[in-house]
Design a binder for this molecule. Structure first.
Ligand code: MLT
Length: 244
């Protein structure tokens, strides 16, 4: 297995696809997706475009759907939910499909949706993702951070590092054996330094600061937890993730 990390969707190669693509948007799209599926949601369907989301979700029975929209960290007017994982309780999501569009996370998902396997990872479901990789041993794996509007983000990189760190521990390989690119080595170093204070790292991250300005402290605390949900969101048809 070779792991490649790309800090933003824009940095992924356009002339090839990996055997397995893992999209990461710790703050907060992939944390929300994992939470919805762990809470009994039927599926999560992701869109980069809000109008397309509305058009597709209109065809779904209203009692079986929820619409979540986020732009700039804030809820989109007219949508039932924004992008807070804490709103996705079993009472709210059980048996329903969540139609979601966010600033960066759903765009990142769209970028790699033609890979044979597509997974959504966050810190909260890191162990389930590592377990899948360890069992299936895909040859080429991309971990794609969502970043923020084309720029690097600390929270997605630390999550990529947490996945790689755990694989290194399991396999007893060196980071160098696993690394497909230099980004992987630096992500492991970032996780090694911050693994006992992930919330502290989020407080230094630009999107963490943006969410704190929007009263998102509880979201940061939730998303900074590691291995708390045993759920693997995996793409079943283009743009549709279900739990495995
Ligand atoms: C995104 O897609 O950029 C995010 O998930 C933003 C957020 O809601 O925190």
């Amino acid at each position: 297995m070779k792991l490649f990390i790309y800090h933003t969707p824009e940095l992924t190669p356009t002339d090839k696809t990996p055997d397995c693509a893992i999209v990461v948007d710790v703050l907060r799209a992939t944390s929300t997706i994992a939470t919805v599926l762990a809470s009994g949601g039927e599926a999560v369907q992701a869109f980069s475009d809000l109008d397309q989301l509305i058009a597709v979700s209109e065809k779904w029975p209203s009692e079986k759907r929820l619409r979540a929209g986020e732009r700039g960290g804030a809820k989109v007017t007219g949508f039932e939910l924004g992008n807070s994982p804490l709103d996705c309780t079993p009472e709210v999501v059980q048996g329903r499909r969540l139609f979601i569009s966010t600033t960066n996370g759903t765009r990142a998902l769209q970028r790699i949706q033609h890979s044979p396997t597509v997974i959504a990872a966050a810190l909260i479901n890191r162990a389930a993702v590592v377990h899948y990789l360890w069992e299936k041993q895909p040859e080429i794996v991309w971990i794609v951070g969502s970043g923020w509007e084309g720029s690097f983000s600390l929270e997605d990189t630390v999550c990529a590092g947490a996945i790689a760190y755990s694989l290194v521990e399991k396999s007893q390989l060196s980071p160098d054996d696993l690394a497909g690119n230099d980004e992987l080595i630096s992500a492991i170093a970032l996780y090694s330094q911050w693994q006992n204070d992930l919330l502290g790292l989020f407080h230094q991250a630009s999107h963490g600061k943006r969410l704190l300005r929007l009263e998102g402290h509880e979201d940061l605390k939730y998303c900074a937890q590691i291995d708390i949900l045993d759920v693997l969101p995996i793409q079943q048809e283009t743009g549709v993730l279900k739990s495995q």
